[in-house]
Design a protein around this ligand. Structure first.
Ligand SMILES: NC(=O)c1ccc[n+]([C@@H]2O[C@H](COP(=O)([O-])OP(=O)(O)OC[C@H]3O[C@@H](n4cnc5c(N)ncnc54)[C@H](OP(=O)(O)O)[C@@H]3O)[C@@H](O)[C@H]2O)c1
Length: 394
C-alpha cells in the first residue's frame, strides 16, 4: 500500500510503498477515507519533537483520520468491521494517517458524527481535542467568563471559538482582515484584525487566553488578562509540568523549566499564570465532541481538500500559515459520504446513526451499514465538503 513519508528528518515528503499494518490486540484496522493535516506533522518532520518524542524514520505523516473499520484485534470491544470512525493517532506511536490503511488503538477512536462527510469528520480530531483539553480540562471555562482565542480562523482557533462559545464564554479572537466576518459568524463576540489593530489595546479582563502563536503575541497576552487569569500556550514554550507529565528525565524537566523561565516570570509579574499544553488522543473525548456536532453546536471548518496524490501540495499550503480552517486530504472517495450538502447520504447516515445509538450488541453497526447501502445506491459517487464554513472545493 502507499503512504506519504519522509526518510529522514527535514527530508522531502514522498509517496512510498509500505507494508500493511500489523494489529496489536487492542487495535482496529482502519481503511482511511480522509486524513487532515496539522502543523504538528510538519514539526515532527523537522525533528522538533525528537528530544521528547522520538519518531522513527521512515516516518508516515499525519495523525487525524476518518475511515471504515476493516478488521479488529482480538481484545477490541468497542468497534466492529464496517463501523465508520474518526480519531487522532497517539503522537508517541509510530505510524501516520497519510496512507491507505492504519492500525489505531480503539481507545483513540470514536464513531463519526452523523451527517458529516469523511472529509469533515477527519478535520476535527486533533484540533477539537486540543480545544477541549484547553477549555474544559485545563481551564474549566464557565458561563460568563471571557476567553481570547488567538488565530480564530486557523484549524485550532475555528473550533476553539465554537467550543468556548458553547461553554457560555464571551469570546474574543484575532484574525486577518479577510477572515473577520466569517470568524464572527462562528460565534466570536469580538474580532480583532491583527493586520490593522492591536489586540492588546482592544481586549481586556480576560479569564483565559488560548495562544497558538507564541512570541510577541504570547508576551502581550499577559496584559489582557484579569488578575489571576491564565494563558494556556499550545505553541510554547514547553514547561516543566509538561516534561513531568511525559515522564521525561530530570535533565529534560530542567531544560523545559529553563525554556519557560522568562515566560513564567512575565506571567508572575502581571499577576497571572502560564502553562503549556500538548494535546493527547482520546476516543472518549471524541465521543463528546461528536455529540456537539450531532447537536449542531460544532461545525467543521474545511479550507481546502486535496486528492491523496497531492498530499505534498496540501502540506505546502498548510505551511503558508494562511489556512482558513482545516486542510484535508481525500484518500478514498466513497458514495454517500457527502456531508450536509448530500441530500441522500446525509439523511441515510443520520438515520443510521440514530439506529446505532439504540442498537443492542447484536445489532452493532446495522445503522451505518444501512446508511451505506442507501447512500451508495442512491447518492451517486461524490465526495464533497459541504457543511459549516467551506472555503474551497476539491
Ligand atoms: N500543543 C498542541 O497540542 C497543539 C495542538 C494543535 C495546534 N497547536 C499549535 O497551534 C498553532 C495553531 O495551529 P492551527 O492548526 O490553528 O494553525 P493554522 O491553521 O496554520 O493557522 C492559520 C491561521 O492563523 C491565522 N494567523 C496567523 N498569524 C496570525 C496573527 N498574528 N494573529 C491572528 N491570527 C493569525 C491566519 O489568519 P490570517 O491568514 O488572516 O493571518 C490563519 O487563518 C500551531 O502553532 C500549532 O502547532 C498545538
Amino acid at each position: 500500500m502507499k503512504a506519504w513519508q519522509i526518510d529522514a528528518y527535514r527530508g522531502p515528503l514522498h509517496l512510498a510503498d509500505v507494508p500493511e499494518p500489523v494489529l496489536e490486540p487492542h487495535d482496529v484496522l482502519v481503511e482511511v477515507h480522509a486524513a487532515a493535516l496539522n502543523v504538528a506533522d510538519l514539526m515532527v518532520g523537522r525533528g522538533e519533537f525528537k528530544a521528547f518524542l522520538p519518531a522513527p524514520v521512515p516516518l508516515t505523516y499525519g495523525q487525524d483520520l476518518a475511515g471504515v473499520v476493516t478488521a479488529v484485534g482480538p481484545a477490541v470491544t468497542r468497534f466492529a468491521v464496517g463501523d465508520e470512525v474518526f480519531g487522532c493517532l497517539d503522537v508517541a506511536r509510530p505510524g501516520g494517517t497519510m496512507t491507505e490503511r492504519v492500525a489505531v488503538a480503539e481507545s483513540d477512536l470514536a464513531r463519526t458524527p452523523a451527517g458529516l462527510s469523511m472529509v469533515e469528520a477527519a478535520s476535527l480530531p486533533l484540533v477539537s481535542l486540543t480545544a477541549w483539553q484547553v477549555l474544559v480540562e485545563r481551564a474549566h471555562v464557565r458561563p460568563g467568563q471571557r476567553v481570547l482565542v488567538h488565530a480564530g480562523s486557523g484549524g485550532l482557533g475555528s473550533v476553539a471559538v465554537q467550543i468556548a462559545k458553547h461553554l457560555g464564554a464571551t469570546v474574543a479572537t484575532t484574525t486577518g482582515t479577510s477572515n473577520v466576518e466569517w470568524v464572527r459568524a462562528l460565534g466570536a463576540d469580538q474580532v480583532v484584525d491583527h493586520r490593522t489593530q492591536d489586540f492588546a489595546e482592544l481586549v481586556h479582563d480576560q479569564d483565559l487566553v488560548l495562544d497558538g502563536l507564541g512570541g510577541e503575541v504570547l508576551d502581550k497576552s499577559f496584559g489582557v488578562l484579569r488578575r489571576g487569569g491564565q494563558v494556556v500556550g499550545v505553541k510554547g514554550p514547553p514547561d516543566r509540568a509538561f516534561a513531568k507529565s511525559l515522564g521525561l528525565s530530570p535533565v529534560l524537566q530542567t531544560v523545559m523549566g529553563v525554556l519557560s523561565l522568562r515566560t513564567n516570570r512575565r506571567a508572575r509579574k502581571a499577576g497571572v499564570r502560564y502553562s503549556f499544553l500538548f494535546m493527547h488522543s482520546s476516543g472518549a473525548q471524541l465521543e463528546q465532541i461528536a455529540a456537539l456536532v450531532d447537536d449542531g453546536v460544532l461545525r467543521p471548518v474545511v479550507d481546502r481538500v486535496y486528492p491523496f496524490a497531492e498530499t505534498d501540495q496540501a502540506y505546502a499550503h498548510l505551511a503558508t500559515g494562511r489556512a482558513k480552517g482545516k486542510v484535508v486530504v481525500s484518500v478514498r472517495s466513497r458514495a454517500g459520504s457527502g456531508g450536509f450538502g448530500d441530500p441522500v447520504g446525509v439523511p441515510a447516515r443520520a438515520l443510521g446513526a440514530r439506529l446505532d445509538r439504540r442498537r443492542g450488541q447484536r445489532l452493532r453497526g446495522v445503522g451505518q451499514q444501512l446508511a451505506r447501502v442507501v447512500g451508495d445506491g442512491l447518492g451517486g459517487v461524490q465526495q464533497r465538503s459541504g457543511h459549516g464554513v467551506v472555503h474551497d472545493r476539491e
